[in-house]
Design a protein around this ligand. Structure first.
Ligand code: SF4
Ligand code: SF4
Length: 341
């Protein structure tokens, strides 16, 4: 039995949704796509230039001859109601550094299997070893849509994992997904900050997913803060609105630990939590905001409350006037002043 067949059978046995393999050289054309993308947005080279290393897998791993790609759906989890429209769903169900998650267990077992085959492999949980969506697209196991997300039959609610491997292999899937409808631009229209300004054109520097998880010691201007709306950590607007995702989230299973922490995810609760609590409860799961920047959680919570102005919001924001971080105190004061308080 060929290596490719053994790998595919194991992936199926483990319940990995999709598996494909591309030759290392087949990923080189990512460089051209990235150049196009950089050319479409201001300051593109500075924002995306560092991704250029992903095109040449041999530059990182000279022994690599192919890249194995696995895709796992995360769209089958129950989600706490109070996270809807406030948290990116991929972060709520993030399996990357969660050894208890079913997806991580599958990936660990798959990795052991690959090594058992005698393959030399290398992977990286974060940020990955290559342009994951491009590799999965080239492996024929799904397509990249106009909102830049990778889709399988289960929509865009999927994680991609890739391994550089030292064997010449190729296994191309036969994804038969309909293209985006001719006139559809719903994802572009839904983007709150206009970060997704046109099909396949996204400015990472203004994406809410980036802004809400940034460790840069800055608050954002009034317009950006307003546009960020109700998002606390991440943003799913350009995926939620997509007709190709309609009905694809199935809400069946419990994600380990998520229900238990749900009460701590409301903006009111975040403002009342100590930084020690945020560090021990939120940081391990939502790891983009680092220990030295935990004040970002409070900025985001204040922003959400000030944008919504629901009953009782003032009392919660006032609590932040005594925060230990000046940037938080200023944010709270600015929100209250803006409301004429
Ligand atoms: S994640 Fe949100 S902010 Fe980022 S491109 Fe999509 S809709 Fe725009
Ligand atoms: S919203 Fe429309 S254009 Fe955007 S990715 Fe979905 S189908 Fe494609």
């Amino acid at each position: 039995m060929s290596l490719e067949t053994q790998i595919k059978l194991k992936a199926d046995e483990l319940g990995i949704d999709k598996c494909g393999i591309v030759r290392a050289e087949a990923l080189l054309d990512y460089a051209g796509r990235l150049r196009e993308r950089m050319g479409r947005i201001p300051n593109g080279e500075a924002i995306y230039g560092h991704f250029m290393r992903f095109a040449d897998i041999k530059g990182q791993f000279p022994w690599a001859k192919s890249v194995i790609v696995a895709v796992l759906s995360y769209g089958h989890y129950a989600l706490p109601k109070n996270t809807d429209g406030h948290y990116g769903k991929s972060y709520l169900t993030d399996s990357r550094f969660n050894p208890d998650s079913p997806e991580r267990k599958k990936i660990t077992a798959f990795e052991s299997f690959l090594k058992g085959l005698g393959l030399k492999t290398e992977s990286s949980v974060h940020p990955g070893i290559t342009a994951m969506r491009w590799a999965a697209h080239k492996a024929g196991i799904g397509i990249i849509r106009r909102n830049n997300f990778f889709y399988t039959e289960k929509g865009s609610w999927v994680n991609i994992v890739a391994w550089a491997a030292d064997a010449e292999m190729e296994m191309t899937g036969d994804a038969h997904l309909p293209p985006c409808p001719d006139n559809c631009d719903r994802c572009v229209g839904a983007c709150p900050t206009k970060s997704l300004s046109a099909p396949y054109t996204m400015n990472m520097a203004t994406c809410v997913s980036r802004l809400s998880t940034s460790n840069d010691p800055i608050d954002y201007d009034e317009e950006t803060s307003r546009r960020t709306g109700q998002w606390i950590y991440g943003c799913d607007a350009c995926q939620d609105v997509c007709p190709m995702n309609k009905g694809k989230w199935t809400f069946g299973d419990d994600f380990p630990g998520l229900a238990d922490m749900s009460e701590r995810l409301s903006p009111e609760k975040i403002i009342s939590m100590s930084y020690d609590e945020i560090g021990s409860i939120l940081m391990p799961k939502f790891f983009y905001i680092k220990k030295e920047s935990l004040w970002r959680w409070k900025l985001n919570a204040i922003n959400v409350l000030a944008n919504a102005r629901a009953e009782g919001w003032v009392a919660h924001v006032e609590r932040a006037l005594d925060d230990g971080h000046e940037i938080v105190r200023k944010k709270a004061a600015r929100a209250l002043t803006k409301a004429g308080l």
